[in-house]
Design a protein around this ligand. Sequence first.
Ligand code: ATP
Length: 290
Amino acid sequence: MKKLNSNNIKLAIQKEGRLTEETLDFLKRSGFIFETSKRQLFSLCRNFPLEILYVRIGDIPKYVSSGIVDLGIVGQNVLYEERPQVGKLLNLRFGFCSLVIAVPKESNYKSISDLENKTIATTYPNSVKKYFQKSGIGIETITINGSVEITPALGIAQAISDLVSTGSTLALNDLRELETIYKSEAVLIANKSINIQKQNLLDKLMVRFKGVLSADSYKYIMMNAPKEILPKLKKIIPGLKSPTIAPLGKEGWLSVQSVIKEDIFWETIERLKKIGATGIIVLPIEKMIL
Ligand code: ATP
């Protein structure tokens, strides 16, 4: 049987589930080369002293807090629910979902205060209790580990609280959303007492992860612009430090290159077109080391 090497940095990820594919994709985009197969319990990276362990997501916080592994990738919801003694290092920008309270479509419940003295079925009892305590509304919870949506129809609960991403599962089960308790995404967590040697590896790992995350939130943009619009243009795209500007063969025209934030992308393009920029080309960035 293959043994884990204690000098390698160890990362636990979900073996099979909603976070698995995007986690593997994120690790591969971060430049780690490793083989995966469904039956494998762990993989050793070929180009970095990193071991990836495949486990149930519910076990990851325990493994990380106890130091069995150094790092883990879980949904932030797990941290809110279990409050494990781990450090949160990064938000990973995938695995987006929300913990919501939902009630049967045809019911008369209009707001969460209508749920006073009612029973709420959930896999996240701590999060739900805390939320209602804060709101000063007394409720009961019943903990269910799967298919929470069915409980109102079974008469076990009057409302549910569950994770949703699009809301289509709620609609399919004749439920409607009443309130959001919190939003969640995948996060990188770490053991709180990593040794110096591993800390060095972790620093290198973080540069790679951050490189991918920054690249995802920016686009590279190139355009042609008449000289006279340059002051206005610089205000719209300040670039990381400043845009790259070069003269074009055509008299009075410039070629301008810069990076822009993904979240204001369309707004920026519209403003650039309006002041007279032409031939705008936008490219994805693979990695960006700041
Ligand atoms: P495991 O099977 O590994 O023990 P699980 O059954 O909780 O765990 P999944 O249902 O695959 O696993 O959910 C894993 C994580 O995916 C959740 O903890 C959450 O962070 C995230 N997630 C994203 N979208 C959703 C969604 N619509 N419903 C549930 N979880 C979601």
